[in-house]
Design a protein around this ligand. Structure first.
Ligand SMILES: Cc1ncc(COP(=O)(O)O)c(C=O)c1O
Length: 448
């Protein structure tokens, strides 16, 4: 990571950095410490310090906010060198120097090092939103004439980008319908223009899973047949990075709406792409010119959020398990969609066991009585807040058919299992008994 260019040089006499020996030793060992993540340490442990040396910044335990658009060069030769490295004309001797905050800055770099740890990857890129991560990544690899094959159901914004924006650049979307077996559909592809395979698993809102490893196998066969590289991307927003790591199952790039679990407090919009340097450096080149990077304060907030990511996701999951059990026992609920409730031995359950280590905290359930009944319940909850989005500390409740997935046509909604009575819950960190009581109240007061 690029060290801030001597941030503390002009500090007061009391500054620790004015004590050369101690500071030099501390800085050296800290730099060594942050060179590589420690595979013996769990990601949660490393979120508390990895990638940042407090002695770069007066001993500040937390990385300070560098609210600057540009960075001083110590001498003109440095500026020349940094630009050569940034433009790919020269390899960086150590770490690339800081130039301008759209290209790199301390927050972005520390955050990206930490993000990569979750998927045992060597690189990550942070974005202004999940859509910025998705669109920049697709544009980095696709050229006019190329085809993007993608599984449905998929987040509505991604579907819109594929169906309505990409064709304007002569990039062709190829949806794999919910009724198709995604692995067989990929195996059957013969289009020589295929450039990207894009999967979202589990899907939103019915939590259907796609076998990440099986798609990778099919991709490799296709690559040989078509004699071209096919980039494989997985949207890992729903279970990642704690409960699912697509890169370990063959994906090239793992994409996130970091607005959700990574941010985790419903107070920021951000995105991320994680993968090997080979893919992430291409994505970062596009990010630099599209200007779609996460801004400094958002990066800082995400670093704070990463410290509690696993704690939050595990607590939310434990709560969701209780809420799902309550919903399943409720006579007014005809179906509950939650990975932990997949039929034992079913294909979905096998995929779940193969590629996930937890069921997460998103639940969809169908109430008897259709939209009218669903709306009555939605209008009665108090602790479960009526809002879209997911993954935050508070429980959110919404109606996919008329809200998050209203852009899909009726036929597509029906194929995806998005019915009038379907309600989606993103379970938060409240006491689960309060969430369940809130739902009980909402059910029992209906019709009063
Ligand atoms: C699965 C998934 N991917 C991507 C996005 C887009 O993320 P953002 O809203 O941060 O742009 C969302 C947003 O809801 C999502 O649910």
């Amino acid at each position: 990571m690029a060290k801030p260019n001597k941030t503390s040089k002009k500090s007061t006499k009391k500054s620790t950095l004015k004590q050369p020996k101690t500071a030099t030793v501390a800085a050296k060992s800290a730099v060594q410490q942050v060179e590589k993540p420690d595979p013996e340490l769990s990601p949660s442990t490393q979120m508390l310090g990895y990638g940042y040396n407090p002695w770069w910044s007066e001993g500040s335990v937390k990385p300070p906010l560098f609210l600057t658009s540009t960075f001083l060069f110590k001498k003109a030769e440095d500026g020349e060198e940094f630009f050569k490295v940034a433009l790919g004309k020269k390899e960086a001797k150590k770490t690339p120097g800081l130039i301008y905050s759209r290209l790199n800055n301390p927050e972005l770099e520390i955050l990206e090092r930490r993000l990569a740890i979750w998927e045992k990857a060597d690189a990550a890129a942070a974005f202004a939103s999940g859509m910025a991560a998705i669109s920049t990544s697709i544009l980095a690899f696709c050229r006019p004439g190329d085809v993007v094959a993608y599984t449905q159901p998929i987040y509505g914004g991604t579907d819109h980008f594929f169906q309505h924006i990409l064709p304007q650049f002569n990039i062709h979307p190829l949806p794999i319908l919910p009724s198709q077996d995604p692995v067989k559909a990929i195996e059957a592809l013969r289009d020589p223009r295929l450039r990207v395979i894009y999967v979202e698993t589990p899907s939103n809102p019915t939590l259907q899973m796609v076998d990440i490893g099986a798609i990778d196998k099919a991709r490799k066969v296709l690559e040989k047949k078509l004699n071209r590289e096919i980039v494989y991307m997985v949207d890992n927003t729903m279970l990642g990075p704690v409960f699912q790591q697509p890169l370990l199952h063959g994906a090239d790039v793992s994409l996130y709406s970091a607005t959700k679990f990574i941010g985790g407090h419903s107070d920021l919009i951000a995105g991320a792409a994680i993968g090997s340097s080979k893919f992430i450096s291409d994505i970062k080149t596009y990010r630099s010119f599209l200007g779609s990077m996460a801004e400094t304060f958002t990066c800082w907030l995400m670093m704070r959020s990463l410290e509690t990511l696993e704690v939050r996701m595990r607590t939310q999951q434990a709560n969701a398990q209780k809420v799902a059990a309550f919903l399943q026992s409720n006579k007014e609920v005809s179906r509950v969609f939650y990975p932990g409730l997949f039929k034992k031995g079913s294909i979905q359950d096998k995929i779940r066991r193969k590629q996930t280590s937890g069921d997460g905290s998103l639940i969809s359930f169908e109430v008897i009585g259709g939209k009218e009944r669903a709306f009555e319940i939605l209008n009665r909850t108090k602790i479960c807040k009526l809002a879209v989005s997911l993954g935050g500390t508070e429980t959110l409740i919404e109606h996919p058919k008329t809200m998050t997935h209203s852009e899909l046509d009726e036929e597509n909604q029906a194929d995806c299992g998005i019915t009038d009575g379907l309600i989606r819950l993103s379970v938060g960190i409240e006491d689960p008994k309060d969430i369940i009581q809130d739902l009980k109240n909402a059910f029992s007061t209906v019709g009063e």
